[in-house]
Design a protein around this ligand. Structure first.
Ligand code: FE2
Length: 513
């Protein structure tokens, strides 16, 4: 019975990872908490037409390991039509287990399409704050709109998360977060507040780091306002790692990565099916918003080839010239073969009016002119030009309507046209690209950004001086992107304004003049 054996092997692997609910130990339905167990807020994610994921984590002492013992705790959840929870749409119970840091992921279904709901959790005598989540429209329902927020890169020490409060006030239907949800490391200077614990390397360490970030009221507000779709970048584990290699060539890197991945899962509203038996976390996938938009979320960290031409005895990124031959070697991958094949098929099969590709970083070529000729940063798509060419070919040959690429990572607002032959202005424009600035992480040098803009005419806008997020309003005829920026990241009462607005018209690839 090979199937049965394979099933058992998988069950064992999952149980070993601590994710298989044994169902033997009884959950405590009447726990007593020393303090508010819902100190980390609530969240929803991955909306479908019939439901979404709900998340919370019980942590009465969030900054000291959570503050709960080994026992499992019963958590009730409610989804209602109204803020007072008088008209309940769905309810149920879940078990918060110590092996999962008392985190709960509920996959709620049976809901109506294209509708807002309220949700909350109850445990012992305590109730969580209420969150709002909405379901996606059904395909063909017509008259659909989407307001999508794009956010990334929130270094806790380098700024307050006030951008998240403004994001919530802008009332998105959906938030796409494209990486660097936590930062593992600190930098001297420019601190408005401090990480409480040293750089995490273990599961306990990463849990503490997430707990500190998630204690932030503005971040909680952004989670409570709408469902999120998330991917990660490098800092959820360690700076500049690539697949199985850290920049310091740590021989135990895969154990560290497993700890970082698991803590990410425990703190974000992703579907439990993201966790695969072999330790893979399948974050990439397609999220349909009726027939209006497909949001393809990519993972360019977990499967990528090592960065080309690192510094001696190091992994990680470098800035290199044309003498680095490895960079341009055909076949080097950013997404991994399986994800590339999946994306080819998913784009080709998409019937959506808009096809939004949300990934971590800047896709447009961003070579830096220097005295030694043009140089390239090897951690971004410039370090993987063969993979970028395949991505763009996939966008072109799939025939997917109105592709638009979204990104983050570089802590700057960039708007670009992506050409069939990357960077060659006389080749056809395939798609517009909107890369959003950081929520709080320190920006790049203005001189560098200006020189990149100057040397790359397909980059239409570039500004790394301000922190914030982007708001995209999409209907059948157009996509409008607004870059929302803060007056200051060092004040909790900072205001927000729109730095620039760009439009893409359906049927006309690229940014409208
Ligand atoms: Fe970042």
């Amino acid at each position: 019975m090979p199937d049965r054996r394979a099933f058992l092997r998988r069950a064992v692997a999952l149980a070993a990872a601590g994710f298989l609910t044994p169902g033997l130990a009884r959950a405590n339905a009447r726990p007593k908490f020393a303090a508010d167990p819902f100190s980390l807020g609530v969240a929803s994610g991955s909306p479908a037409a019939n439901g979404f994921v709900l998340w919370t984590r019980l942590a009465p002492a969030p900054l000291d390991g959570g503050g709960l013992g080994p026992e499992s705790i019963e958590v009730r959840w409610e989804i209602a039509h109204d803020e007072k929870f008088s008209r309940i749409a769905r309810r149920g119970t879940a078990t918060a287990e110590a092996s999962r840091a008392h985190a709960v992921h509920v996959e709620a279904d049976g809901l109506d399409p294209a509708r807002w709901y309220y949700y909350r959790f109850l445990a012992g005598g305590e109730a969580s704050a209420a969150g709002r989540a909405r379901t996606a429209p059904l395909p063909g329902a017509g008259d659909e709109r989407l307001r999508l927020a794009l956010a990334s890169c929130q270094h806790y020490e380098q700024g307050y998360f006030v951008a998240h409060r403004h994001l919530a006030d802008d009332a998105p239907d959906l938030v796409a977060f494209v990486g660097d949800y936590i930062y593992e490391s600190s930098r001297r200077g420019n601190k408005v507040r401090e990480h409480r614990h040293p750089e995490p390397r273990t599961l306990a360490g990463y849990r503490d780091r997430y707990a500190q970030y998630k204690s932030d009221a503005d971040l909680q507000a952004a989670h409570a306002c709408a469902p999120w779709i998330v991917t990660w970048d490098d800092h959820e584990v360690a700076n500049d790692y690539a697949r199985d290699r850290g920049q310091d060539l740590d021989p135990d890197f895969l154990a560290r990565r497993a700890a970082g991945y698991r803590a990410f899962f425990e703190h974000l509203p992703v579907r439990p099916s993201a966790l695969r038996a072999d330790g893979e976390y399948r974050l990439y996938g397609a999220h349909a918003w009726g027939s209006l938009a497909n949001l393809f979320v990519l993972d360019d960290r977990q499967y990528r080839a090592h960065q080309a031409c690192p510094r001696p005895s190091r992994g990680g990124s470098n800035v290199v010239g044309t003498d680095c031959l490895e960079r341009t070697r055909e076949g080097r991958t950013m997404l991994g073969e399986a994800q590339e094949r999946w994306l080819d098929g998913a784009l080709a099969g998409s019937k959506s009016r808009w096809n939004l590709v949300a990934q971590q970083t800047l896709v447009a070529p961003a070579g830096r002119p220097t005295g030694k000729g043009v140089q390239y940063w090897t951690d971004g798509w410039d370090g993987y030009p063969g993979a970028r060419a395949r991505l763009l070919r996939s966008l072109a040959v799939s025939g997917a309507a109105n592709p638009v690429v979204l990104g983050g990572d570089v802590h700057a607002n960039y708007v670009a046209n992506l050409h069939a032959r990357p960077g060659e202005a006389d080749s056809p424009v395939l798609a517009a690209e909107f890369c959003g600035t950081s929520i709080s992480s320190l920006g790049p040098s203005p001189k560098l950004v200006a020189s990149i803009r100057e040397a790359n005419p397909h980059i239409l806008y570039a500004d790394g001086s301000l922190r914030g997020y982007a708001m995209l309003d999409v209907d059948r005829e157009r996509l409008e992107a607004r870059f929302r920026v803060l007056d200051s990241v060092a004040r909790t009462d900072a205001g927000v304004s729109t730095a620039a607005t760009f439009t893409v018209r359906a049927g006309r690839p690229g940014v409208a003049a």
